[in-house]
Design a protein around this ligand. Structure first.
Ligand code: HEM
Length: 510
């Protein structure tokens, strides 16, 4: 990873700022930095979900979660699949070994799963539940041999290269109906459509959440998935604040813009605080015991030619695996703050763009809308036109940095410490991909802070800008060293993007 001249210039410029005047006030409290007004939030008149009947419907209440809780139990006619999924996990509810533990899942799928006729199904909630459940069956089936191999040898070997028609045909049909690819997704399958409330009358707090499906039934998998849900549960605030910021900038309304940016920062901080609970709720040493099942069929050595979907196509499909990279909260920040357009032009950034096509179609459209409107309105330029706005813009970049920095730490402790496998579940190179984006945020922060007239700021903002800048400089230095070391240790494979082109034929709407 190379330092860009821009970052060096930014650092040089920031050194001219008189720092000894600054009072030490922490930026980590939840106290607001601007004075929010009640009028600040409220949906923009310009955004409407283009697929109004879909379960994933971006809104200020549910944010990026589905607007109805996921259907937890399938109707009676799908009893065979429900039963199969109950017997599937490595560990059964009573502690005994499930089908995946003994390697009996594949046979059970071939013997016990009917080829469901989905043609008459139109209820959106049922379609989404069928999609989730068929993708669980598909991933369990394809990756069962890899998990057994991993447990015996520490390597993954090859997965099953063909998906039988009793999974492939209904899965492809349901996927088409809801505008998705026929493979496990982060939002529509594994994470955001896989929770139920313990007490239906209570809110979506972590302690009131339970999983619907699981590959392992290990408490670490429970924690891993449900921490995502507990974070995204706050995303309505991000949706609201981003629309309010766009409207305010379009109208040249500085107080409303600052209030929206502060609301955005505050909400990201809540999200980041929930993210921090991952360490305690999902043990790092257990992660690899269920991770095999969320791998993809693209850019993975277990599926060198992709997978044939029997009864669907003679050409193999290759799909990225389930990954938090398909969550919409960080891309929303990237797009609103006009960071996406400033990502380096390289194959790693191409992977980022590709990831953004793996998500519910209303999410995709919303993110595209925010990206286009932020650029049309000139959010960054508007923010840089006033010191306080610029400081709040920087504070939001800092929240995106905090997310990506913590996330890189997760990757080091949950994955890099424990396996040499060169690609992550989504098919990105494990050593360089996350740092590519983290470095881009750090550089944008350094350029931004260099452009802020600190003397014009109230004291607490001066301190905030100072703290943020020092942290960004230090983190960029450490990151550069880490990536260089890891690339040498792990070799080119762990650093390079798989050059193969997707052959999935399922590029969706955005
Ligand atoms: C144990 C915890 C976690 C680990 C080990 C982990 C690991 C990873 C890895 C390896 C990637 C690279 C992409 C790929 O799969 O190919 C990734 C991407 C990503 N994950 Fe996670 N993840 C964790 C938790 C989370 C959580 C809780 C979220 C919250 C939504 C999240 C959101 C993301 C995002 C947004 C990206 C894309 C990052 C970017 O744009 O720079 N992850 N994750």
């Amino acid at each position: 990873m190379l330092r860009s001249p821009v970052a060096r210039l930014a650092r040089a410029a920031s050194r001219h700022t008189p720092r000894h005047h600054l009072r030490a006030i922490s930026t980590t409290g939840s106290r607001g930095l601007a004075t929010p007004t009640d009028k600040m939030v409220g949906a923009s008149s310009q955004w409407a979900n283009p697929f109004p009947h879909d379960q994933f419907h971006v809104g200020s209440e549910n944010g990026f979660l589905p607007r109805q809780d996921p259907l937890a139990v399938l109707p009676q006619e799908y009893e065979a699949m429900e039963d199969l999924l109950d017997r599937m996990p490595l560990k059964m509810a009573d502690g005994s070994a499930g089908l995946l533990a003994t390697g009996a899942f594949g046979d059970a799928v071939e013997k016990d799963l009917p080829e469901y006729d989905i043609s008459k199904v139109s209820d959106p909630q049922l379609l989404s539940a069928l999609y989730r459940d068929l993708t669980f069956v598909a991933s369990g089936y394809l990756l069962e041999p890899c998990d057994i191999n991993y447990r015996n040898t520490g390597g993954y070997g090859l997965g099953r290269q063909t998906l039988p028609r009793n999974i492939a045909v209904p899965l492809t049909e349901v996927a088409k109906k809801i505008g998705q690819r026929p493979f496990m997704e982060y939002a529509l399958s594994y994470a955001l459509y896989n929770y139920k409330r313990v007490d239906p009358s209570k809110p979506l707090d972590y302690d009131n959440l339970e999983l619907i499906r699981s590959f392992s039934r290990h408490e670490a998998e429970h924690g891993f998935i449900l921490v995502h849900v507990a974070m995204v549960r706050n995303s309505g605030g991000l949706v609201d604040a981003s629309l309010a910021a766009l409207d305010a900038a379009a109208q040249g309304n500085r107080p409303a813009f600052n209030a929206a940016m502060d609301k955005m920062r505050e909400t990201y901080q809540v999200v980041n605080n929930v993210m921090e609970t991952m360490w305690g709720r999902s043990a790092p040493e257990a992660y690899l015991s269920y991770r095999t099942f969320i791998m993809g069929t693209r850019a993975q050595p277990m599926f060198p030619n992709g997978v044939i979907y029997e009864g669907v196509s003679d050409e193999p499909f290759q799909m990225r695996g389930e990954s938090g990279a398909n969550d919409s909260m960080v891309p929303l920040g990237d797009n609103l703050l006009e960071l996406t357009g400033n990502m380096p032009v390289n194959p790693l950034t191409e992977v980022l763009r590709d990831f953004r096509t793996y998500r519910p179609r209303n999410h995709q459209q919303f993110l595209t809308y925010v990206q286009q409107r932020a650029s049309a309105v000139g959010i960054r330029e508007f923010a840089m036109g006033d010191s306080t706005s610029a400081a709040l813009y920087l504070a939001n970049l800092d929240q995106i940095r905090a997310f990506r920095h913590r996330h890189w730490n997760f990757t080091k402790h949950y994955i890099l410490k424990r396996t040499k496998h060169p690609v992550a579940t989504g098919g990105s190179p494990i050593v360089t991909w996350l740092p590519n984006q983290l470095d881009a945020v750090l550089q944008q922060m350094l350029v931004t802070e260099a452009g802020i007239d600190r003397e014009a700021l109230p004291p607490q903002y001066q301190t905030m800008v100072e703290e943020i800048s020092l942290r960004a400089e230090a983190q960029q230095r450490v990151l550069t060293r880490e990536v260089a070391r890891l690339t040498i240790e792990r070799g080119a494979q762990a650093a390079k993007v798989d050059p193969s082109k997707p052959q999935d034929g399922y590029a969706t709407s955005a």
